[in-house]
Design a protein around this ligand. Structure first.
Ligand code: PLP
Length: 569
């Protein structure tokens, strides 16, 4: 019997030979048997009590809809939403810049890093009287006066950052610390959250529904399902794609670890494909090659698997591209190849809400997408995330899974499947709704900050700001990252910036070299050279919608100073 990855509709066809060994919970099989198809499964999802309903669109291409809401005819593209004319308006747009001077005069009390660090610091943002030089002087004068602030929050888990934190300690001895990020919270945000508190209706309810409705409307998605985090959104999408023991999911090694962790939660195996060094997103042609190799078991396909999983008996279930640093990955042809192979496309759009590629929003190309609302993101709910999908069956599954597996609208508290508590609460949803209603303003403010940084840093030797995405793609700004030339000692630069009260992070250390992944899967340096080069060179600088020109200039002056002090040329 010959199986292909798109032969999913049948029952579980796994036949693991008696002498198969099991490592890491994965049945291992010998290559000959596997390539003959005897040890492969063609559908495990249908046997899983969490499996998706039968009307899932990827199982039945005919059920996908065109723009008129009719079933697709041959060769017709599925429903996609076109980006609006202008996602990003001009910097001088009064709606955006109008209240900036007023904000500058205001004292803002922020956490040292968007609420995550041990110690909160008061940021006093003076518009008058303190030029960059004065702030730098004051920062230097204050060294030693205010103790230190150790770096690091939950999303900062690169070995270099840990070394820095535990053995060398970034020291912020200044009166003020410019945090890596700080959300823009306005009166309407407070008002909606207060409304929820006054209502005493705190668990997921009408605010969450309204938030979902407005996000779905803006992005032209049939369904938006709010959840408790971007990671939860990715996890549920992985389940909907039918990923189970030792199934393969193609993804990028250069991302926040959550995008690969979601695959592991379902005991799947991440198959990393290196990135395009320009955009830092998964390389489209290499992805298509890998996808076809794995889907068709072309010669050498096992070489794509992580070393310790080369005998695994799974099938390719999905491709999970990550739209990184607000830059959409180019996945147009990847989506077509995935459709041909009958596998799902899950977009990680946690860092790229509002970005678009060829008139389509990030998160609207695939079968489902995860949005993330952590406080460093373009809009925030505190903790929170959302799934976008056009598939009725997937949306139903997501709603059930986020609520302990409860049947939809079940009055009798019936639970159809094993689920989770991934619900979003009403306070978070209210904040998200208020933020989402001014997303254009927030994106514009971020763009203004990024443009100012780029103008100042483009002239600095050894520093390359993130490039504009290639034609047809529009970035929205998440963190502001720069690439340092190999001759520059990045750790020393970070330490130097910390003494000026500037928080930075070496985002991202590639996932395959994270200790857990390297140990579990046998990855070594050299496996994904472009991701590793980016991992060594990239540095994220403070990025917040309300970062003042003075602060940006202060950071750029300090970067210039530190880079020239720590370059070996
Ligand atoms: C690329 C990417 N994927 C997934 C996530 C996970 O989102 P969350 O932190 O909301 O779980 C993040 C968030 O930080 C991210 O940057």
């Amino acid at each position: 019997m010959s199986l292909s990855a798109n032969g999913r509709a049948g029952r579980d066809m796994r036949e693991v030979s008696d002498d198969a060994v099991v490592i890491d919970g994965c049945p291992r099989v010998d290559d000959d048997a596997a390539s003959g198809g005897h040890t492969r499964r063609n559908d495990r999802a249908s046997a899983d009590d969490r499996s998706l309903p039968n009307d899932c669109a990827w199982r039945d291409a005919g059920s996908r809809m065109n723009r008129r809401g009719e079933p697709l005819s041959g060769g017709e593209q599925p429903l996609r939403h076109c980006a609006p004319r202008a996602i990003v308006a001009q910097r001088d747009d009064h709606r955006v810049m109008g209240d900036v001077p007023e904000r500058r005069n205001r004292s803002e009390h922020v956490d040292a890093e968007h609420g995550g660090s041990e110690k909160a610091w008061r940021i006093v943002d003076e518009s008058n009287g303190h030029c960059v030089g004065a702030r730098l002087m004051r920062a230097l004068q204050n060294v030693g006066d205010h103790g230190s602030l150790s770096s690091g929050t939950d999303d900062d888990d690169s070995p270099p950052a840990r070394n820095t934190r535990f053995s060398r300690h970034l020291r912020y001895r200044t009166a003020t610390v410019i945090p890596l990020s700080s959300p823009d919270i306005d009166e309407e945000d407070f008002r909606l959250v207060n409304d929820v508190l006054r209502s005493r209706y705190l668990a997921s309810g009408p605010m969450a529904e309204q938030f979902e409705k407005e996000v779905a409307g803006r992005f032209g998605a049939r369904h938006a399902v709010a959840v408790s985090s971007g990671t939860a959104a990715l996890h549920l999408a992985i389940i909907a794609a039918g990923v189970s023991d030792c199934d393969f999911v193609i993804t990028s090694p250069y991302s926040f670890v959550a995008s690969a962790n979601a695959i592991l939660y379902e005991r799947g195996i991440p198959v990393f494909v290196d990135i395009d060094p320009e955009t830092l997103t998964i390389h489209p042609q290499k992805t298509i090659e890998a996808l076809r190799d794995l889907a068709q078991w072309r010669s050498g396909w096992r070489g794509l698997l992580p070393r310790s999983a080369r005998n695994a008996s799974g099938v390719l279930r999905a491709v999970l591209p990550v739209h990184l640093f607000g830059c959409p990955a180019d996945i147009r042809e990847v989506v077509d190849a995935a459709r041909e192979a009958g596998i799902a496309v899950i977009e990680d759009a946690c860092e790229a809400i509002g970005a678009s590629s060829h008139g389509v929003y990030a998160g609207r190309w695939g079968d489902a997408a995860a949005l993330g609302f952590y406080p460093n993101k373009q809009i925030t709910t505190g903790e929170g995330g959302m799934l976008l999908t056009d598939h009725e069956g997937w949306a139903e599954l997501f709603r059930s899974l986020r609520n302990q597996g409860r049947s939809h609208d079940s009055e009798r508290l019936e639970y159809d499947r094993l689920g989770f508590n991934y619900r979003i609460d009403e306070m978070s949803a209210a904040l998200g709704l208020a933020q989402f209603r001014r997303i254009d303003e927030l994106l514009l403010k971020r763009k203004a900050v990024a443009d100012r940084y780029t103008a100042l840093l483009s002239r600095v030797d050894g520093v390359t700001p993130l490039l504009d995405p290639p034609a047809g793609r529009t970035r929205t700004w998440f963190l502001y990252a720069i690439r340092l030339a190999p001759e520059i000692d990045r750790d020393a630069v970070m330490r130097g910036l910390a003494t000026h009260g500037i928080m930075t992070r070496p985002y991202f250390w590639p996932i395959h070299l994270q200790p857990y992944y390297a140990k579990r899967f046998g990855f070594v340096e050299g496996d994904f050279p472009a991701a590793e080069a980016a991992g060594r060179a990239m540095l994220s600088l403070p990025m917040s919608p309300n970062l003042s020109d003075d602060e940006i200039e202060f950071v750029c002056a300090a970067v210039t100073e530190q880079v020239s002090a720590h370059a070996a040329w």
